[in-house]
Design a protein around this ligand. Sequence first.
Ligand code: BES
Ligand code: MN
Ligand code: ZN
Length: 495
Amino acid sequence: MQFKSVNSAFDRIKTPCLVVGLFQKARTDATFAALDALTDGWLAKQIKRGDIDGSKGQTLYLYDPPGLNAERLLLIGCGDAKSFDERAYIEVNRGAARALNSGGAKQAVSTLPALELKQRDAAWKASQTVLATEYALYSFDEFKSEPANNKSALKRLDLWQPEALPKGTLERASATAHGVAFARDLANRPGNICNPSYLAKQAKALKKRFDSIEVEVLDEADIEKLGMGAFMAVSRGSEQPGKLIVMHYRGGDKNAKPVALVGKGITFDTGGISLKPGAQMDEMKFDMGGAASVFGTLAACAEFELPLNVVGVVAAAENMPDGRASRPGDIVKTLSGQTVEILNTDAEGRLVLCDALTYVERFEPRAVVDMATLTGACIIALGHEVSAVLGNHPPLVEALKQAGQESFDRIWELPLLDEYNELLKSNFADMANIGGRAAGTITAASFLSRFAGKFHWAHLDIAGTAWVSGDKKGATGRPVPLLVEYLARCAAESA
Ligand code: BES
Ligand code: MN
Ligand code: ZN
């Protein structure tokens, strides 16, 4: 999809389709009023016929509007003007994209970015229009014999708004949207295809695509030799060899310390010997959503050439029950030297991540952020709207929260208090890998914090946000938007 910013007078816009937002009842919106005036009241008259009243998400095509140079108008209901907020803005943009895509116009001009939205500027609205459009047009039909027809009929969307956008706004939004789609693709691919070796191949493909990306893949022999006993405790139980994938994006000064992103890359989580129940187990193919967000974010950085160094580390393994799999009660030694009693083999994410965290010490990172579909408890606590954040450095947590707010890929902090550490006590090793039913998301983070003592670190639990269940089942690409925003802020800070 191509996006461009335009601001010529409405009657000079020559387009197959002009997208216009329509509020319910009192139509005080300036764009609507200006368009209606140009049509000499024709527009208001069409609406009076009653086929659309402006309820959020309604759409209506109108043809050959007099006084305008557009072949058609796409009206999209925006709901009540008083409650028009960010969420409504995004929803309306997604709805418009879907309606455009199922219509006949290959190009359109959207005036939605000109809608007034409290607290949000032109750059925000334009970026969100790009993201929402790409999000809505995304489809995953790699494995369908008959791909859905009319796939991406829309090829180009011009964004109309009166103000000029800061340089690079659309480029960054578009790169972010591509990163989101990349992450969604990876996470949507099933476990029999997207296994650790497949992820390693994806890393090598990224390196081919971008000169700014270098890749190093550690195989099980390397991982074993290094002393990553926790990682191996998970990986050993699968026929598919685990991989530690290290990707360097070098966009900053040669000697500038990198931000490290660490992703949980469990390409399928059966639970291991502590086997999961069968219902919805298929969704455990998304258990590499954290890893997918590392890929998507690095690709976005490379695409818009962010001036920053980022190292992405993906701990890729499959959690299977097998003759060689870990048993409950097994004790392993982590790369850090600390020992762990594996009381539940289904708490595998923290086992691969803890060794990956120790591994990134060698890059002397300025900050480390890990992303993981780590706990079912996170879904109980926060549902599917916001991810959890916990960390050992309040300014880092704050920076991530702000990035989440700005990108509308929101997070909420849970308390990483020392008291919770008590819950990880083991009679036989330095710690257990589970803390019992209470505060599951926090005890998982407490566990990780023991491997993050040497740097500023934050953890994002994306179990509830990385995918949606039900009839729209699929990956969301979160938290790529948050991460790109955060990294862009890091780059601006060091500029
Ligand atoms: N990948 C799961 C967490 C998960 C569950 C994500 C459901 C999304 C939906 C993780 O590996 C896991 O199994 N966690 C256990 C931890 C428990 C054994 C302490 C959980 O949440 O039940
Ligand atoms: Mn598990
Ligand atoms: Zn898992």
